[in-house]
Design a protein around this ligand. Sequence first.
Ligand SMILES: [Mg+2]
Length: 246
Amino acid sequence: MVRVIVFDLDDTLYPERQYALSAFAAAGQFLEKTRGVAGLGESAASLFAQGARRNVYDLALRSLGFAEENGLVRELVEAHRHHAPAIALSPDAERFISRAERSGFSLALVSDGWLRTQELKVEALSLSGRLNPVILTDIWGREHWKPSPRGFQAVMAQHSGLPAEYIYVGDNPAKDFIAPKALGWRTLRIRRPDGEHYRMEASTLAATAESETTTLDAVDLGALATERIAVSPLGARASSGDGWDN
Ligand SMILES: [Mg+2]
């Protein structure tokens, strides 16, 4: 019987793409203010939409015909990571958290990523009053990012009880489910069609979530509290989806 619901952050509670667009705009404003060059944010967003995930600022600067300047990309990355993001909970995540609060579940967060960046996201989403604890694994250093069990163990240290009373809700089969499964937690993959990892399949059984759904609206909290993960047909994944990145 699940008592504690623990969430991943990016692409589980809000759309990661929304963060990227917010960050590109912030980096664009930074470039315009400091160098008088406009259009970087739009250029980065367009590259991202075409599938670019690495060196986006290098490519965007080049596309603007802006001469390479030593250290500029680093400044843009800093502006990206330290901006106050314009992001909002996914509607189904907002509804799910509210339902779980009303049903008396304990809620917590385990998230990887640059510490300050993740703190700013948690602030923007007003999560610190609703999720407890909020574990940002980077506080211990990158070696404690998932699939390290440390963040999950820290949640258990606070809420005690049995591993089977915990469920981790995440989106990334490469790293989200390995540690909680090994600890004996339940696991649920949220697989929204606009998510970064929508098309990814887990490479091993140990990395595969016990259940998956395309919307948290389909998760039956009553069933979760008593015994099993029940996902209604509403959350079954369509056989083909239109990913935004293809
Ligand atoms: Mg994620």
